[in-house]
Ligand binder design. Structure first.
Ligand code: ADP
Length: 314
């Protein structure tokens, strides 16, 4: 049966990041006089939706719960500007999600998230899945909502991509509805316990597992087949949203029926480029930039061999 190219639906969080730079992160009880202050649209769900749209998915929609406040307008506008069709659940009695971030000069940070309206995303809010080929989920909205969305999508024949971040223990049976699981090393350990990456991946009964390993790259298992994709070397200035860029770009390419190896290569290039720019959504590159840059990149067998050793692959 041939499958047509469908839309990507992202269901998840949006937060407005309030960022202040300071000499150091305050200790408990301390007040630090900071410097520049800026606000940036963020939240894993919104970042991933922007990444999917910029990666050229045929269409990207986002189901997002927002308050009835000025922050909501900023968050919604950022999605629309990036070409995401926002489907907003209004939660008037809660403030839109916010994150308070102190960035120190030695690149330490302290972050407090007030999830607010993101907690108002409930299982009955899932919209029609008509025309949707992939549902992309994260864990910054209530877990019972995420689990129900995954189950309903699976029942409707929609591919479910779960970025199990931030690290947590998943409700029993949740992974049964997941087609593609994307995790970083800490999240992988939270799900599987310790061991080599290859051993950890083998413990997960999900058809396809992708583990991102920061500047080393990523490894994936589909069935019994392993895929290694070293990271593209760049001068990284800000790795915020590298993982979100990876997830959105990967899902966008899978929704166009790219092969897994191609999709991993594209997602790695998109996230490497995101590391060369400041900010979260602002750093996510467009498809044309990624394609042009990829054409200049040569795969390095030594990096691939080092990645295989690190992962403990046979
Ligand atoms: P997270 O931000 O979720 O912890 P990672 O740090 O594993 O995710 O990064 C996701 C992907 O971004 C990696 O698999 C890699 O492809 C890319 N990446 C991250 N850091 C770098 C870097 N310093 N240089 C090049 N690519 C990077």
């Amino acid at each position: 049966m041939s499958r047509s190219v469908g839309a990507v639906l992202v269901a998840g969080s949006a937060n407005l990041d309030f960022v202040v730079r300071a000499s150091h992160v305050p200790a408990p009880g301390e007040t630090v006089l900071g410097r520049e202050f800026a606000t940036f649209p963020g939240g894993k769900g919104a970042n991933q939706a922007v990444a999917s749209a910029r990666a050229g998915a045929v269409s990207t929609r986002m189901l997002v719960a927002l308050g009835d406040d000025p922050q909501a307008r900023v968050l919604e506008e950022a999605l629309v500007d990036a070409g995401v069709a926002a489907q907003v659940v209004r939660v008037p009695d809660l403030a839109s999600g916010t994150a308070f971030i102190c960035l120190s000069d030695d690149a330490e940070n302290a972050i407090t998230v007030a999830p607010g309206a993101n907690t108002g995303l409930r299982p009955h809010h899932l919209p029609s899945l008509r025309g949707v080929s992939h549902l992309l989920l994260q864990l910054e909205t209530p877990l019972d909502t995420v689990a129900t969305f995954a189950r309903l999508a699976r029942d409707a024949g929609v591919r479910v991509v779960l970025n199990a971040a931030p690290a947590t223990t998943l409700p029993e049976g949740m992974l049964d509805s997941v087609d593609v699981l994307v995790v970083n090393e800490g999240e992988l350990t939270a799900l599987t316990g310790r061991g080599t990456v290859a051993a950890q991946i083998a413990r997960l009964a999900v058809p396809c597992v992708v583990v991102t390993l920061g500047e080393r790259g990523c490894v994936a298992r589909r069935g019994a087949e392993l895929f290694l994709q070293p990271a593209f070397p760049v001068d990284a200035v800000d790795t915020t949203a590298a993982g979100d860029t990876f997830c959105g770009a990967l899902t966008a390419r899978l929704s166009e029926h790219a092969g897994l190896a191609d999709a991993l290569r594209f997602a790695s290039a998109a996230s490497a480029l995101a590391c060369t720019r400041l900010g979260a959504q602002a750093s996510i590159p467009a498809r044309t930039d990624v394609d042009a840059w990829l054409a200049t990149q040569v795969d390095d067998p030594a990096r691939r061999a080092a990645l295989a050793v690190y992962c403990g692959t046979p």
